[in-house]
Unconditional design. Structure first.
Length: 364
């Protein structure tokens, strides 16, 4: 189902997925006057508790998904692991933005990498792996060191194994559970960057400055933005964002994780077809953050400026980091965002804090 007329305030926007990204989308939607409904299998999902209405049912209850979407004027999703069949069910009753193409491409790493290269951007060398024999052959083709990742459903370092020599093949295959996988060469890079962009119904785009990212144990720890890059690097990141956004016919926010090789040369690590952890800094350092931009795109509203008014350092609060909330809340230059999760676990993202810095100068 499609419609291009902008949604008026008071319209209902549905979100498939009730985690922290859905929570921040729900509050952004409410600030623009929309009623936001959330669908998630968990009754007390973080997003459902701040939404106008929450619905709880399994993803494979396609009738429940369709019934949810029928009450909405437009539907979006908060993360890329929402089952495609659920999104298809929603699309029979309401416009779904982004569309199924963005979701299906990014749910399979082989399809994703193939799409990225066909669109005109570079990636690390890779090979498909379906058996242990495939893995041994792929190691010869791709070389070592390399990283083995499941083709589907891996995130925050899950479903991955590093291969430093061919002797690591058996252990790596066991680590990914023998699931269909992709072997990627490990790239020597200067740093990890990401570009967050929004694409509207009419194809226009708004792109934020690059952020520089640091990970620990496969989980994002810190994003500093805008990244200290030259104009050529920012321009290349924007070129990549435009060709990938257009190629997916994406509507809404998406992020592209990048390896900076130096000299303005960037390789794409992966695409996230949604609002992204590395874009959280935009909530506090820009007049319009990524969550509002996404709601604007889904609603058919115009996109607005992505220029930051301040530099920012965004730090994830992982596990018991969140126990320091009172101290963080007392800091004048810090903006604390807690996700309302009832249980604190090691490796679980419980919130984030953004510390604002100096006014931003244009990239030269």
């Amino acid at each position: 189902m499609t419609t291009t007329a902008p949604l008026a305030p008071g319209s209902i926007i549905g979100i498939l997925g009730g985690g922290q990204l859905g929570r921040m989308l729900a509050t952004a939607g409410a600030e623009l006057g929309f009623d936001v409904h959330v669908f998630d299998p968990a009754i007390s999902a973080p997003a459902a508790r701040v939404a106008a209405r929450g619905y709880a049912a399994p993803w494979d209850d396609l009738g429940a998904v369709a019934s949810f979407a029928a009450r909405c004027d437009a539907v979006t999703y908060e993360f890329e692991n929402v089952p495609v069949n659920a999104v298809k069910a929603a699309a029979t009753e309401a416009p779904v933005r982004p569309g199924i193409r963005s979701l299906s491409l990014t749910q399979d790493r082989i399809e994703e990498k193939t799409f990225i290269r066909a669109a005109g951007a570079g990636t690390a060398d890779f090979a498909a792996v379906d058996t242990l024999d495939d893995l041994r052959t792929a190691i010869k083709e791709v070389g070592t060191p390399a990283i083995l990742k499941t083709r589907r459903f891996g995130y925050d370092g899950k479903g991955q194994a590093v291969i430093r020599t061919a002797d690591d093949a058996d252990a790596a295959w066991e680590a990914v559970g023998g699931a269909p996988s992709i072997l990627e060469s490990m790239v020597e890079f200067r740093r990890e960057l990401s570009v967050v962009a929004a694409r509207a119904l009419d194809g226009s785009m708004a792109i934020y400055p690059l952020g520089e990212n640091d990970h620990e144990g496969g989980i994002l720890r810190v994003t500093q933005a805008p990244a200290a890059v030259g104009a050529a690097t920012q321009a290349e990141a924007e070129r990549i964002a435009r060709i990938l956004g257009d190629g997916m016919e994406h509507v809404g926010v998406f992020a592209v994780e990048l390896f900076d090789l130096g000299g303005g040369q960037l390789l794409v690590n992966e695409i996230a077809p949604r609002v992204h952890n590395t874009g959280h800094w935009t909530m506090d350092a820009c007049a319009c953050g990524q969550f509002e931009q996404h709601i604007r795109a889904v609603a058919g509203w115009p996109l607005v400026s992505t220029t930051p008014h301040s530099s920012a350092i965004m730090t994830n609060l992982i596990g018991h980091d969140v126990d320091d909330w009172a101290n963080i809340a007392s800091m004048d230059d810090a903006r604390l965002h807690l996700y309302g999760k009832h249980e604190t676990r090691e490796g679980r993202k419980m919130g984030h804090v953004t510390v604002l810095g100096a006014p931003v100068k244009p990239v030269a």
